[in-house]
Design a protein around this ligand. Structure first.
Ligand SMILES: *[C@@H]1O[C@H](CO)[C@@H](O)[C@H](O)[C@H]1NC(C)=O
Ligand SMILES: *[C@@H]1O[C@H](CO)[C@@H](O)[C@H](O)[C@H]1NC(C)=O
Length: 226
């Protein structure tokens, strides 16, 4: 009887629904959703403090937001920053592992150097994440739900605390099928395959042309099917 009970408890605890919600590290300044990435202007929005956030919905979609400082030994007064945003689908396997597969064209990374304001490198970012295990429990100091993710090498991501029971996420479909829109201007960097886009290009009004194309084709489709 006890065995059956403990099996049931194990199954319930291992239920992927545990993951549902928006999670954030201690600073609570990094939260997935429109406050971190603005898909219309294709822009990452810098939080006040560094941190990590993940959201999971009950339908198998996830979103992740990272903001970390990078030390700059050459100029210690000028630590750089790195922001990464991705969304896509997640899967929990029977062995307890968790895989996050991004929508490749939608991920974004911004490398910034506050002492050289014009050289922020804004690029596509596409990295599948695999975790050996995850666990959700109640943190005894904070009294809130806490998520721990264990990487495949056994190291742990900083613990995250529940920020929203209802996940705060952007639309889970592909957001930018024509990201950064300027085929002629962007340079492919052979070593990473990332596209480098200058800040000027990011606010280039040509983007609105692409938006127009997108809206027109969506409008056309709606007309066609109505
Ligand atoms: C768990 O299962 C998944 C899917 O079968 C597999 O890809 C992964 O390598 C397994 N992980 C471990 C730690 O065994
Ligand atoms: C994204 O990453 C995956 C896995 O590393 C790779 O198979 C895929 O080709 C990449 N897609 C793009 C558009 O870079």
């Amino acid at each position: 009887m006890f065995l059956i009970w403990s099996l049931l408890v194990t199954v319930v605890l291992a239920n992927a629904n545990d993951l549902v919600g928006t999670w954030t590290t201690k600073s609570r300044q990094v939260i997935t959703g429109p406050g971190f990435y603005d898909p219309l202007n294709d822009k990452l929005l810098e939080p006040n403090l560094t941190g990590i956030s993940y959201s999971f919905d009950k339908d198998g979609n996830y979103e992740s937001a990272y903001y970390r400082a990078i030390s700059n030994p050459a100029e210690p007064k000028c630590p750089g920053g790195i922001m990464q945003w991705q969304h896509g689908s997640y899967a929990v396997f029977a062995n307890g592992s968790l895989t996050l597969t991004p929508i490749a064209v939608d991920g974004r990374q911004l490398l910034s150097d506050p002492c050289k304001k014009d050289t922020g490198h804004y690029t596509r970012f596409n990295a599948t994440e695999r975790f050996k295990a995850y666990s959700v429990g109640i943190d005894k100091y904070h009294g809130t739900k806490r998520l721990e993710l264990t990487r495949t090498d056994g190291s742990k991501v900083h613990p995250m605390f529940i920020a929203h029971e209802q996940p705060k996420m952007l639309p889970t479909s592909t957001l930018n099928p024509n990201p950064t829109g300027h085929k002629a201007k962007r340079e492919a960097r052979a070593d990473t395959g990332f596209y480098l886009i200058s800040r000027d290009q990011l606010i280039n009004p040509n983007r609105w042309w692409w938006l127009g194309v997108l809206m027109t084709s969506l409008g056309g489709a709606a007309f066609f099917y109505s």
